[in-house]
Ligand binder design. Structure first.
Ligand code: NOJ
Ligand code: CA
Length: 566
């Protein structure tokens, strides 16, 4: 396979322009501020930015309620600033993905306003209406406990409109050909301004049938191919990264059997089981999730993440497993959300314990996927549980111990900077961590650098190596006549493990030497061909199999694509 599929081996950094850096001093981050931090991001080693919604919006759902798809919200700057930003990112080799939020608009979008005002208007059919209150109006809420229904009556329209999310987010009638054409137009617009793709919000809902008589919504998967084709005709390297928290049996519907639908999807299945593994030191359900999500077309890739801007959704675990994760990482009701998740940031979930943070990140960077990290997690930022719902984990980036963490010159940032206590900007900030070689920030920079030199993870095939110890995960990746092997101990105490690398024939010899990529303790197999190692509490190891001459042994093509004949 030719290495053009950049997303198979990228490191994606997710950020919100409003929370990154405020250059004009109005208390809200802006594109000018973000541009000034591009060298920081370049130094960290990330290769792509996923930019959260920045289009014109009343901001009742942090920009996931768009009122103009073709403009930059004035609080962040202008379209001109946006193009300067994509250009500046490109100069540093950083690609930009943006959120595409087209399952719904804001209720302040002119389309919706017109649709309410005039039943004969062109935009009436762009939304989903019912004359009577639908029988299922009080089911299917995405934000239980906060959102009361999925249908709301509009006085002006004299009809009920459908909203899968909050009532100020009317669903677009995404089956309507004109709506679909508009979605493509929106994509085309931003592609022209320099983006390399889209994180598509709420994909299962976009493709679902919608309407008052729809009892069992059905996914119209063909729409995904339409989006994909459009993207790639416009710009060959443009990708779609789908937010779709679905069961493994439907993964291939999203990727397409031939890889003709979504290029990437977030792996929610592994994410939830990973947190269970971290909570219980039992990685068996995680291994099950890894195996269940293994089948995918060669061009498709998973996006792996630990925390994102939403709650950690644990809805796919068993009740018992979910309770175990709550007990370990979010025991207080105020830490939990929507009856299914935890709204905290990563560092407080681990009590700020750097060993555990490194373990979690080491797993993130070595699971079969492209890692997606979230701004602030590289310095172990905390959360502010006084802020409502998911806002607690969306506070401004902490740059230094200057006032407001160096985020703004204003003394009234739009969202308060975390101050005081163990996660206050006074202690937790990028400037201090730059000066300490062992800080989380410098560790993250080193691990990203190493991850980029281990393309086997993004491109290769994985095998879980049996050890008979449920607390220790051993995985091997194979790609182009090279192998890497990772060991993770999820337990709070040291473990001794014994395993064979599992290579046979001519390669068996290579399997006898494991060269540690992060420290000096290499491993040589015993007489019986097995490696024995003692791995400390929350320990992790990154090994090259067979020695550091691996690049001299690498082949140029993928073996399975060129079966030997004769
Ligand atoms: C998923 C986004 O991640 C979330 O933040 C948002 O509230 C919903 N989609 C609605 O757009
Ligand atoms: Ca500003």
């Amino acid at each position: 396979m030719i290495n053009d599929l950049w997303y198979k081996n990228a490191v994606i950094y997710c950020l919100s322009v409003g929370a990154y850096m405020d250059a004009n001093g109005d208390g809200i981050g802006d594109f000018t501020g973000l541009m000034r931090r591009l060298d920081y991001l370049h130094g960290l080693g990330i290769t792509a930015i996923w930019l959260m919604p920045f289009q014109v919006s009343p901001h009742r759902d942090d920009g996931y309620d768009v009122s103009d798809y073709y403009g930059v919200d004035p609080r962040y700057g202008t379209l001109g600033d946006f193009v300067e930003f994509t250009h500046a990112a490109k100069q540093r080799g950083i690609r930009v993905l943006i959120d595409l939020v087209i399952n719904h608009t804001s209720d302040q979008h002119p389309w919706f306003k017109e649709a309410c005002k005039d039943p004969n208007s062109k935009h009436r059919d762009w939304y989903v209406w019912s004359k009577k209150k639908p029988a299922n109006a009080n089911t299917g809420m995405v934000f239980p406990g906060v959102q009361k229904s999925t249908w709301t009556y509009d006085e002006q329209a004299k009809a009920w409109y459908f909203h899968r999310f909050y009532d100020f987010q009317p669903d677009l009638n995404t089956s309507h050909p004109e709506v679909q054409a508009e979605i493509l137009k929106i994509m085309g617009f931003w592609i022209q301004l320099g983006v390399s793709g889209f994180r598509m919000d709420a994909v299962p809902f976009i493709i679902s049938t919608k309407g008052p008589d729809v009892r069992e919504p059905e996914e119209q998967y063909d729409m995904l191919r339409m989006f994909r084709e459009f993207l790639q005709w416009r710009q060959g390297d443009c990708i779609a990264l789908a937010e779709a928290n679905v069961l493994p049996e439907t993964d291939l519907e999203y990727f397409g059997d031939d890889g003709d639908r979504m290029h990437m999807m977030f792996n929610f299945q592994v994410n939830q089981n990973l947190f269970y593994a971290l909570a219980s030191a039992d990685m068996r359900p995680l291994v099950k999730a890894l195996k269940a999500t293994k089948p995918r077309p060669a061009t498709a890739q998973w996006g792996m993440f630990l925390r994102n801007h939403d709650e950690l959704d644990l809805g796919r675990l068993t009740d018992e497993q979910r309770q175990a994760v709550f007990a370990a990482f979010g025991p207080d009701p105020e830490m939990q959300l929507y009856d299914r998740g935890i709204r905290r940031r990563l560092a407080p979930m681990f009590d700020g314990d750097q060993r555990r943070l490194e373990l979690a990140y080491s797993l993130l960077f070595t699971l079969p996927a492209t890692p997606v990290i979230r701004y602030g997690d590289e310095i172990g930022m905390g959360d502010n549980l006084k802020l409502p719902e998911r806002n607690c984990a969306r506070t401004p980036m902490q740059w230094s111990n200057e006032p407001q963490g160096g985020f703004t010159k204003s003394d009234k940032p739009h969202v308060p900077v975390i101050s005081g206590g163990p996660y206050g900007y006074e202690h937790v900030n990028a400037a201090i961590q730059r000066r300490h070689p062992e800080s989380l920030l410098n560790w993250t920079e080193r691990i990203i650098r190493m991850r980029k030199e281990v393309p086997e993870v993004g491109w290769g095939d994985f095998t879980v190596i049996p050890t008979r110890d449920p607390s220790v995960l051993v995985m091997r990746y194979d790609w182009r006549n090279n192998w890497v092997l990772f060991v993770h101990n999820l337990d709070a105490k040291p473990h001794e493990v014994r395993f064979s690398v599992g290579l046979d024939g001519d390669n068996a010899e290579h399997g006898k030497l494991l060269v540690n990529l992060l420290a000096e303790d290499h491993s040589r197999a015993g007489e019986d061909g097995n490696h024995r190692l003692v791995i400390e509490a929350y320990g992790y190891r990154w090994y090259r199999v067979g020695g550091l001459d691996y690049l001299l042994r690498r082949t140029e093509v993928d073996e399975p694509l060129h079966p030997k004949t004769g």
